[in-house]
Write a protein that binds this ligand. Structure first.
Ligand SMILES: [Zn+2]
Length: 108
């Protein structure tokens, strides 16, 4: 198995950074970045994209196809218990916290 992926950003090879410059004098190119697979990105999206920009470019270009994989035609709901709002304070200020608890008894 390869220890890298080519960045899946559709315009990765068009971005003007010196680390993308490859080739011999007279026939230089901007090349898609390699993304090294390591213990931090293995199995995650950052083993397929070199940057947030390339990730966004991919999402923008392939949005319709991505959505078609699992279209959301109805909302989803998670049953919760009636939320309780409590006031807290210390010597500087006060605040409210609303606790939201999932109602496991109504889980489908
Ligand atoms: Zn990229």
């Amino acid at each position: 198995m390869a220890d890298f992926n080519w960045c899946h950003g559709p315009q990765c090879h068009e971005k003007h950074t010196v680390d993308r410059v490859r080739g011999v004098k007279g026939s230089k190119v901007l090349r898609t970045r390699k993304v090294a697979i390591n213990k931090w990105n293995s199995g995650g999206v950052w083993s397929y994209w070199c940057s947030q920009g390339c990730y966004n470019d991919f999402a923008k270009e392939y949005m319709a196809q991505i959505i078609a994989i699992a279209p959301r035609t109805e909302c989803l709901e998670t049953p919760i218990k009636d939320p309780t709002r409590e006031r807290y304070s210390n010597s500087y200020h006060s605040w409210y916290n609303t606790e939201i608890i999932v109602d496991e008894t109504r889980q489908s």
